[in-house]
Design a protein around this ligand. Structure first.
Ligand SMILES: CC(C)(COP(=O)(O)OP(=O)(O)OC[C@H]1O[C@@H](n2cnc3c(N)ncnc32)[C@H](O)[C@@H]1OP(=O)(O)O)[C@@H](O)C(=O)NCCC(=O)NCCS
Length: 171
């Protein structure tokens, strides 16, 4: 089984917030941001597995700080862990005000992608080797997050979610 470093999937994407991207308050629309995040995450997933990927799910997403018109959206995406055919991608988003030279955290999220073979069937992906402390922490938590999203999607029985059960009983 091929193993790749988490850092090999690292992707940075920048977008300028223009009038057509905003709501009536002059802030970036959430749907547009999710679209850009989806693209950044798909690129990171593709770098890891070198195959076409499909978005399988997006975990809960809350918008901490609005990103203003004229500011830049800075998105960073990196794989946390690969399972059999699926990959969890972690995204961090900042707004950047180049005029006043400061940046601010907007939100973070986890997207799950599935690699597909030429017949559009899920195909196996390389394992992930985390290196930094943050990559190791995200790698460890990925199993619990996977079980939670599969239970919520009705694809796993709560009784089978051992990591999740341990998390709630230990904390
Ligand atoms: C994602 C998709 C390819 C999975 O296909 P499937 O027939 O459900 O395949 P399986 O049940 O064999 O699951 C394949 C993998 O997807 C994962 N998966 C399936 N549904 C999931 C969900 N809701 N959240 C996270 N992972 C999911 C499974 O855990 C499995 O991962 P693993 O192999 O690493 O264990 C299929 O559901 C699909 O095509 N969905 C539409 C995707 C799409 O249109 N995306 C664009 C957004 S509109």
């Amino acid at each position: 089984m091929q193993v790749k470093k988490a850092s090999e999937s690292f992707t940075i994407m920048n977008e300028l917030v223009l009038p057509n991207d905003t709501n009536i308050f002059g802030n970036l629309m959430g749907g547009r941001l999710m679209y850009w995040m989806d693209i950044a995450a798909a690129i990171a997933a593709g770098k890891h597995c070198n195959a076409p990927c499909m978005t399988a799910s997006v975990d809960n997403l809350s918008f901490k700080t609005p990103i203003k018109i004229g500011n830049t959206v800075h998105i960073e995406a990196k794989i946390t862990r690969a399972f059999n055919t699926s990959m969890e991608i972690h995204l961090k988003v900042w707004g950047e005000d180049h005029l006043h030279q400061y940046s601010y955290e907007s939100n973070e999220a986890y997207y799950t992608f599935v690699a597909l073979d030429p017949n559009s069937n899920p195909r196996q992906v390389p394992r992930v080797e985390p290196e930094t402390e943050e990559e190791k922490r995200l790698f460890e938590g990925a199993l619990r997050r996977r079980q939670l999203r599969l239970v919520l999607a009705g694809k796993m029985k709560p009784g089978e979610a051992s990591e999740l059960k341990a998390y709630f009983t230990e904390n």
